[in-house]
Design a protein. Sequence first.
Length: 236
Amino acid sequence: MRSSDVVVILFLLAGAGASIRWKKLTPAAALTGALLGAAIYAGGGYPGLLFLALFFILGTAATSWKKIEKLSVTGNAGHESTRRPGQVIANAGVAAIAGILALLLPGNKPLFLLLMAASLSSATADTLASELGMVYGRRFYHLLTLKPDTRGLDGVISIEGLLFGIAGSALIATAYALTTTRDLRPIAIIILAGTAGNLVDSLLGALFERKGLLSNDLVNFLNTLSAALLAALLAL
């Protein structure tokens, strides 16, 4: 094992400990996050670790922002500030799978790194759109009918939330550009895939989650998976 790998492992363990200490993750969720982070690093190296760190920092900050106000919002149970293992897997599981595939199939590592960035771009977009759109959105609409609807309910969006989501995707794409390539095509793919994944989340929320047919964790996993699949389609 290289000394740099030991440093990364210590970094992940320290992050897990800090997350427990600050009540951002339950102990089980922190351990899950460390394991997923290790898989992401194993296949994606430092770029993958940077994507994950950006998602976690941005998501944690957005979730904590005006927390008291958001606790009173109807239908906001899926956005509690202390995350459980299922929520960690839902957001970073696809990226971890991409990391494992990159490790097993090193010849396709650039593609899997793109999919990793796309999935975390979607997770970031969804979190920022939900958490900040809930606070700063002025008008809220049901995604399918485009009729006014209640803030915080599944399948409800706002223009402000969508813009926050696009900004989140752009930040992941910027990290990809700084660490991997500055070619505009993959950068555009990451932003597009992240935004599409965010909308898939709202679509699934409107069609299934609101009716109790899908859990919030499964919806989040599917939105990151859809972003990765779209990125693969656009890249190939």
